[in-house]
Design a protein around this ligand. Structure first.
Ligand code: ZN
Length: 231
């Protein structure tokens, strides 16, 4: 019995990741109630139906877009903390919140989650793929399989921050390659933060080129459409 408890025992944090008050969840009830979220039910769980969002995206090669929030406090705190010592708990908390906000409606689910492959420069710096970590938890919560082998970065793209829209698209041209033709009908690309959407769009194009009939959803924790931000 003691052995069993040891193997199933998940360490419950003593305090909320946001307010540090004692809590029985990663984010306490009060902080969760206060979290800003996008009104997904008002756009039928597809942000491409929302002109304010759609007009901020440069190109859209995918079929729908599901994001839990605009990039703002305290989401930024959790997304930033992913790089530091509480990263495992933050990844789990972000997956739980995305699941609660975006995936608890009755929609047709994708067969698989495709985490955005990490920019090699970022990986070299961080030794950690935060998108992958959140996606793993999301897969466990939703029961949707994870495929981190299909999509790969085929070249070292420049940092997007300093580039204009046209330069970003050139930078991302053929940035991805697929290890095989997609065996799926319906997938979800998952990224942590979307800015112009050019990175997810580039991957969507590669997938559609390999399989034009593929239904592609894009999922992300946060969207930041202000000019000059990196994605
Ligand atoms: Zn709290």
């Amino acid at each position: 019995m003691a052995g069993m408890l040891k193997t199933i025992g998940f360490k419950i944090p003593q305090s909320c990741l946001l307010c540090q008050q004692p809590a029985d969840a990663l984010i306490c009830h009060y902080c969760q109630t206060d979290l800003p979220v996008l009104a997904l039910s008002q756009c039928d769980y597809n942000l491409l139906n929302w002109p304010k969002i759609k007009s901020g995206l440069q190109q859209v090669a995918y079929d729908s877009l599901l994001v839990s929030t605009e990039y703002c406090w305290p989401w930024d705190k959790l997304l930033t903390a992913l790089k530091f010592n509480q990263r495992t708990l933050c990844a789990k908390a972000l997956a739980e919140q995305f699941y609660r906000i975006a995936l608890t409606h009755n929609g047709k689910r994708p067969e698989v989650i495709l985490p955005m492959p990490l920019h090699y420069k970022r990986y070299a710096k961080r030794k950690y793929n935060q998108t992958m970590e959140i996606a793993k938890h999301l897969s466990a919560l939703s029961g949707i399989a994870l495929d981190d082998q299909l999509c790969q970065r085929s070249k070292a793209t420049q940092a997007q921050t300093q580039l204009s829209g046209a330069q970003r698209r050139k930078n991302l041209r053929d940035a991805f390659r697929l290890s095989s033709s997609p065996a799926y009908q319906h997938v979800a690309i998952f990224d942590d933060i979307i800015a112009t959407g050019s990175t997810v769009n580039s991957l969507s194009k590669a997938l559609k080129k390999a399989k034009p009939s593929l239904h592609i959803e894009v999922w992300a924790i946060a969207i930041s459409l202000s000019p000059g931000t990196s994605n």
